[in-house]
Design a binder for this molecule. Structure first.
Ligand SMILES: *[C@@H]1O[C@H](CO)[C@@H](O)[C@H](O)[C@H]1NC(C)=O
Ligand SMILES: *[C@@H]1O[C@H](CO)[C@@H](O)[C@H](O)[C@H]1NC(C)=O
Length: 451
């Protein structure tokens, strides 16, 4: 990520050129801790991982007090999250917001407690794909939460924000200087930025160069990275990558909305590492990071499902690439895998069972161009069987597949395609998350605070 950091500094210069002062340093890097997984790593281990890597900030997508409690005494700055499905409830009735603040926030605020700095109300609630479902409720929920924080006497220390996707703004000409909020939500966005300004709260944005590429195959791939190629010229500024161009589009949109001085936090950025032909570790390493749009969704992040670092990164900004410190003390299930039995011949049964296994578990690595796409049909079936079997904690019955599954102790992985064994999860850690069976956990990504 040396290129990434270098480019972040380049962004700083460009923004100075456009008249906005920007300060960024590596103390401002934080991590997103995602929890949509069948096998969450114990929060204690994740907190240790944050400390080992020197992360001083963490952004959560939820606020389960059992998990947040593990951050007590660490000094790490925390952004609590409120999922979109709670927005209506919180906007409906101030009492609900009051209960939320009491149960999920102020409970942690003792001496030696959790250093909560932000409450993120919703997560990308105005994505076009939500078709306006949360347009009415987001700001109302933000107002109720703020009122409750104020009433609890912590409104100055804890700011209310909402992480938005970069698709809330656009430029009709593709030039950043024509940046403006998307026309269907302009009114709401104007009210939101005013609310943020009145409360001295930052604008949190998620920028994903990968999605530009995914949504448009004509998009120049080079432009999504930080190493140049396909520059675009806008007045006297030249943009060499989509991150910088996108970021400045936001700066202009804020200017146009009459709130040029808002602090901006980049909440998520990065690149997925599997599930798509352009999704791989080499590309992820080149670009800093993403909602439900494709098979790569579970492959975001800088750590694997088991907390191992995926690639080398430069966290210092000084050009020193090294692997992050991985999770310590993660225990794996026994070295055994579920594969297609050698005696299986019924093609219909096989395709039936592979379809079922993949529906229930994670087969995104079998997608065209992904890490296991080159397997022959029998091995593909094995991959699917194993994925399901591991998700079910290697339960014997989960390797039946109408008699054509069998458990082996020899690792069936190939050079490019890894057949995983899942990690051990104790009952207390297995919190019941709404999305249950989704495979990757830690969508841990650069969370960069630009002031
Ligand atoms: C606290 O947060 C959790 C996790 O998001 C949620 O399920 C619960 O309803 C919240 N508590 C209140 C009182 O809203
Ligand atoms: C933004 O900040 C600059 C410099 O501090 C100040 O001169 C300007 O008036 C501010 N603009 C608004 C709209 O607050």
């Amino acid at each position: 990520m040396a290129q990434a950091m270098a480019a972040i500094w380049a962004t700083v210069l460009i923004l100075v050129a456009t008249g906005v002062e920007v300060v960024a340093d590596t103390n401002d890097l934080g991590m997103n801790w995602g929890m949509m997984t069948s096998h969450p790593i114990h929060p204690k281990i994740v907190v240790q991982l944050l400390k080992d890597n020197g992360f001083k900030k963490v952004k959560l997508f939820d606020s389960d007090p059992r998990m947040v409690g593990f951050l007590a005494g660490t000094g790490i700055e925390v952004m609590l999250g409120i999922p979109n499905d709670q927005l209506e409830f919180l906007s409906d009735d101030y009492g609900n917001a009051k209960d939320w603040v009491k149960e999920n926030c102020t409970v942690h605020l003792r001496k030696g407690g959790v250093n909560i700095k932000y409450v993120a109300v919703g997560n990308e609630p105005f994505l076009s794909s939500f078709k306006g479902r949360f347009t009415k409720t987001t700001l109302l929920a933000m107002k109720n939460i703020r009122k409750a924080l104020n009433e609890a006497g912590v409104g100055k220390k804890i700011k209310v924000v909402t992480p938005l996707n970069a698709d809330v703004y656009e430029s009709k000409s593709d030039k950043p200087s024509d940046g403006a909020f998307r026309s269907d939500i302009k009114g709401t966005m104007n009210q939101i930025v005013r609310f943020l300004k009145d409360n001295n709260a930052p604008f949190v944005v998620n920028i994903y160069p990968f999605l530009s590429l995914y949504l448009n195959s004509a998009f120049p791939a080079d432009f999504a990275f930080f190493d140049g190629g396909h520059p675009i010229q806008d007045k006297n500024v030249q943009y060499n990558n989509v991150f910088e161009a996108n970021f400045d589009t936001l700066i202009y949109a804020l200017k146009n909305a009459g709130t040029p001085n808002l602090t901006i936090i980049v909440g998520e950025i990065g690149w997925p590492t599997d599930g798509h032909s352009e999704a791989n570790k080499a590309n992820a390493k080149k670009t800093p990071r993403a909602s439900n749009r494709g098979n790569f969704e579970r492959h975001w992040g800088i750590f694997d499902f088991d907390g191992k670092p995926k690639f080398e990164m430069d966290m210092s900004g000084k050009g020193a690439h090294k692997l992050l410190v991985g999770a310590k003390g993660v225990k794996y299930l026994p070295k055994q895998w579920c594969v297609l039995a050698s005696y299986a011949t019924d093609q219909n049964l096989m395709s039936d069972q592979i379809g079922w296994a993949c529906y229930e578990s994670d087969c995104t690595a079998l997608q065209p161009g992904a890490s296991c796409s080159n397997l022959d049909p029998r091995r593909r079936t094995s991959y699917a069987f194993n994925s399901y079997y591991q998700m079910k904690d290697q339960d014997e019955d989960a390797c039946d597949f109408k008699g054509i599954g069998t458990v082996v102790t020899q690792n069936p992985s190939t050079n490019s395609c890894k057949f995983n064994t899942q990690i051990e999860v104790d009952g207390a850690t297995r919190l019941s998350f709404a999305y249950g069976a989704i495979a990757v956990l830690i969508s841990l990504v650069a969370f960069l605070n630009l002031l």
